[in-house]
Ligand binder design. Sequence first.
Ligand SMILES: Cc1cc2nc3c(=O)[nH]c(=O)nc-3n(C[C@H](O)[C@H](O)[C@H](O)COP(=O)(O)OP(=O)(O)OC[C@H]3O[C@@H](n4cnc5c(N)ncnc54)[C@H](O)[C@@H]3O)c2cc1C
Length: 158
Amino acid sequence: MRKTGAKSALLLAEYAKKIFMIYRRDKIRSEPIIVESVEKNEKIEIIYKTNVTEIKGGKFVEELVLDNEYQGSNLLKVDGVFIEIGAEPNSKLALDLGVELDKTGYIDVDRKQKTNIEGVFAAGDITNATGELRQIITGCAQGVLAATSAYEYLKMKK
Ligand SMILES: Cc1cc2nc3c(=O)[nH]c(=O)nc-3n(C[C@H](O)[C@H](O)[C@H](O)COP(=O)(O)OP(=O)(O)OC[C@H]3O[C@@H](n4cnc5c(N)ncnc54)[C@H](O)[C@@H]3O)c2cc1C
């Protein structure tokens, strides 16, 4: 699972006046340098051992309902909510087909987007080709490479 909450809090702190990071555990699990940056950032306040049970508002978000009290109340006034619970690759289909995954569950591909199975190519977020940078543009670039590799493979087979 990718640990994205702390990094996102740091990014949001560049734009927002105040960030509440609501976290169900008692300690952030991220790279030490990220944890240190979050803890040092005066705009970020971490509310540990707490979950959001409801988001309240009308046209816009107004407040959150917490399952623990924070400063004497279960309600926390906010202007917005960003949900970051990490991500797990949905790679079971590939695994069932015998495609090799890396240890984090992403499809292992080479520079031409080839998998371990001849004639099977993969592209996008599900692969380990771009490391942490999973974006539309990187996925599209991999798609072009995968399509070209598939074309070359079919041509060779003729
Ligand atoms: C909240 C959020 C915000 C983002 N913001 C940005 C942004 O601003 N800019 C940017 O560039 N990128 C952004 N991204 C990343 C971007 O969405 C992804 O990099 C991109 O969608 C990856 O494309 P993909 O085709 O690899 O995967 P996906 O878009 O995830 O497509 C995979 C598809 O496969 C389908 N699928 C899965 N399993 C099966 C199965 N077994 N059988 C059939 N179909 C299946 C899924 O339903 C899905 O439709 C954001 C991502 C998130 C989560």
